[in-house]
Design a protein. Structure first.
Length: 178
């Protein structure tokens, strides 16, 4: 669901068909040494927005390099190294998921977010819209892999993540029996 935007993403080549099936317009291999340049070429140097769910040094640098020559906005979903934000024409923003409640996020500066009750009110209506999109089949979940074992399953899943054995899916460990 692109909400009127052209969706450009990166992933491993073996997940290209998966992300395309979810609506990506263009898909690039983040392992490629020319990934950012390829994105700039495909967007004719006009990419304005980058959403970085990882906020690692390499992903921040890739986003910065992919954003077009006139700049734009970089949005991270995790804390990022501000010292790596070298392009003055790019505005930076950290979005903390907990802020959606409207109660704020208590973290040291510059990552803390003061309470904003109006965001919580907005989020309630937005969740209703999301639920309708899910009910209508317009949003679908990503593939999952169920890992049995409750707490032992969590340890197994963490080991899988640590060793790079998870790609293109979310791990789920049920803590109660069904």
């Amino acid at each position: 669901l692109s909400c009127g935007h052209r969706v450009i993403t990166t992933c491993s080549p073996h997940n290209s068909d998966l992300v395309t099936s979810y609506g990506a317009d263009l898909v690039f291999d983040y392992h490629s040494p020319t990934c950012a340049e390829d994105i700039r070429a495909a967007t004719r140097n006009t990419l304005r927005y980058a959403l970085d769910p990882f906020a690692e040094a390499k992903t921040l640098r890739l986003c910065h390099a992919a954003i077009g020559r006139t700049g734009g906005r970089y949005c991270a979903l995790e804390q990022y190294q501000e010292s790596l934000c070298s392009r003055k024409t790019i505005k930076h923003e950290l979005v903390m998921g907990g802020a959606i409640s409207g109660r704020g996020v208590e973290l040291p500066d510059p990552y803390g977010i003061p309470p904003q009750p109006e965001i919580g009110v907005w989020a309630q209506s937005w969740y209703l819209e999301l639920q309708q999109l899910i009910d209508d089949g317009k949003l679908k979940p990503c593939p999952t892999q169920i890992i049995p074992g409750k707490f032992a399953g969590i340890l197994e899943g963490l080991d899988m993540l640590r060793n790079g054995r998870v790609s293109g899916k979310k791990l789920v460990v049920h803590m109660t029996t069904k």
